[in-house]
Design a protein around this ligand. Structure first.
Ligand SMILES: Cc1cc2nc3c(=O)[nH]c(=O)nc-3n(C[C@H](O)[C@H](O)[C@H](O)COP(=O)(O)OP(=O)(O)OC[C@H]3O[C@@H](n4cnc5c(N)ncnc54)[C@H](O)[C@@H]3O)c2cc1C
Length: 406
């Protein structure tokens, strides 16, 4: 059995940042990262630019093996964790390796939702989560002229954009009747739709793929689209099966408090896999973006070395889809207490929805209104009471910074 003071499951941005933070604070404590991918840290955020030939492959990597050696961090890449014995503090990986720990971080992220489609083999579907997926997409694009994308996620949009840049005819099958039905209103969705159409993307709403025949996708309602490459972007599921029988509380993700500590002493969680108590919105949240995973890795690392630190962060995800800048800020889930305030003018393609609860801003979607992102983030973070200010929020000529200063 290998013995470590700190074990980190997951070699992504959350796990790596936690390891680096621990090493800064505890120069001697033995520390290992276990990751089932073969590689040191690379940027998933750069993968779209890699498949578009904007960034070369080597620039996608953010660390090399030497880096970990210099920091005295042991790495076990290509090592899949299978289970955790939280009573005896042991992590079991495939091939029956055992790692004992004093403190453990679970930062195992997510994996793509896979689809089974009649008439096409799994290896002919292009998912987009890892650098291996990106390599495969690049290879397949070489001989492709027509591409179909399934889904309407950020990743689906990234795929559509990459295929289009490669001069392919692109179609998208989208299950709902608009983009992000639970988040976007019709006006927001229309801005994206109009812009995608301008870029010759064929959109098929309320359509799901039924089968593939002779390189032609046939939807449940009978729509047809011929393709050489089939991209899939239908969301992710969290990697937490190995923790299921460990006694660690799990809901949609690994449950953790505002210090990112789970219900079990000495076990923490960070990044896409954690469902943590967010002191800003006062509810459990899962974020799923790079800056949040970085920050959570840092905070988990601090807490693991005994520096008690609250995770307080307004989540933000941003994509530029064919020139249209879309941002989701904070909590964009709607419930019966959510008041949605519309700001801007959809006809100018500058438009936001502001989500308020109990008179306070909790989240926002923005289209081409990025210049207000900082102020909205502050309004959410500072929980400023905006009751009685709705008219000002609606008026895009009113400067939001006045609500923060006054
Ligand atoms: C193509 C793409 C583009 C993106 N673009 C953006 C963007 O523009 N902006 C943004 O904010 N976010 C973006 N994201 C999301 C962002 O990359 C993620 O939120 C972030 O990488 C999550 O980091 P993480 O460390 O929590 O998880 P991950 O990066 O998923 O790392 C977790 C690691 O743990 C490994 N693991 C899982 N299970 C086990 C196990 N049992 N044993 C060992 N190891 C295991 C996983 O394989 C993985 O290597 C993008 C994601 C993708 C895929």
């Amino acid at each position: 059995m290998k013995k470590y003071k700190y074990i980190i499951i997951g070699s992504g941005i959350a796990g790596t940042t936690a390891a680096e933070t621990i090493r800064e604070k505890d120069k001697k404590g033995s520390l290992a990262i276990l990751g089932n991918e073969k590689y040191p840290l690379y940027s998933r955020v750069l993968l779209p630019n890699y498949i578009k030939d904007i960034v070369p492959r080597e620039k996608v990597f953010l660390r090399d093996e030497n880096f970990y050696r210099q920091k005295n961090i042991d790495t076990f890449f290509g090592c899949e964790v299978k289970s955790i014995d939280t009573k005896n503090k042991i992590v079991f990986s495939e091939n029956e390796y055992e790692f004992s720990y004093e403190k453990l971080l679970i930062a195992s992220g997510g994996r793509v939702n896979k689809m089974q489609i009649e008439g096409i083999d799994d290896e002919d579907l292009c998912y987009f989560q890892t650098i291996d997926d990106a390599d495969k997409i690049k290879e397949k694009m070489k001989n492709s002229k027509k591409a179909l994308v399934l889904g309407s996620s950020f990743i689906a949009l990234e795929l559509a954009q990459a295929f289009s840049k490669n001069k392919m005819k692109v179609g998208m099958f989208i299950r709902g009747d608009r983009f992000w039905k639970n988040i976007f209103d019709q006006e927001s969705s229309n801005i994206l739709v109009d812009n995608l159409k301008k870029h010759d993307i064929s959109l098929f709403f309320k359509e799901e793929i039924k089968k593939v025949k002779d390189k032609k996708a046939i939807s449940k309602n009978g729509a047809e689209f011929e393709f050489d490459i089939l991209g899939v972007g239908v969301g992710i599921k969290r990697n937490l099966e190995f923790a299921e029988k460990s006694g660690i509380k799990i809901k949609n993700g690994i449950l953790a408090d505002q210090y990112l500590k789970t219900n079990i002493d000495d076990i923490y969680s960070a990044g896409d896999v954690v469902e943590f108590y967010d002191v800003i919105t006062e509810k459990y949240q899962m974020f799923g973006n790079w800056p949040a995973a970085f920050l959570q890795g840092k905070i988990a690392g601090l807490n693991m070395v005994g520096e008690k630190t609250v995770c307080r962060h307004v989540s933000g995800y941003n994509i530029i889809s064919f020139g249209v800048n879309v941002s989701f800020l904070g909590d964009v889930t709607k419930d019966e207490n959510t008041v949605v305030v519309k700001r801007g003018d959809p006809s100018t393609q500058e438009y936001s929805q502001l989500f308020l609860r109990d008179g306070k801003l909790v989240g926002a979607t923005q289209i081409n209104m990025n210049k207000e992102k900082g102020f909205l983030t502050m309004l959410i973070d500072k929980k400023i009471d905006l009751s009685g200010k709705i008219d000002k929020l609606k008026d895009s000529n009113f400067e939001l910074k006045k609500l923060i200063i006054n």
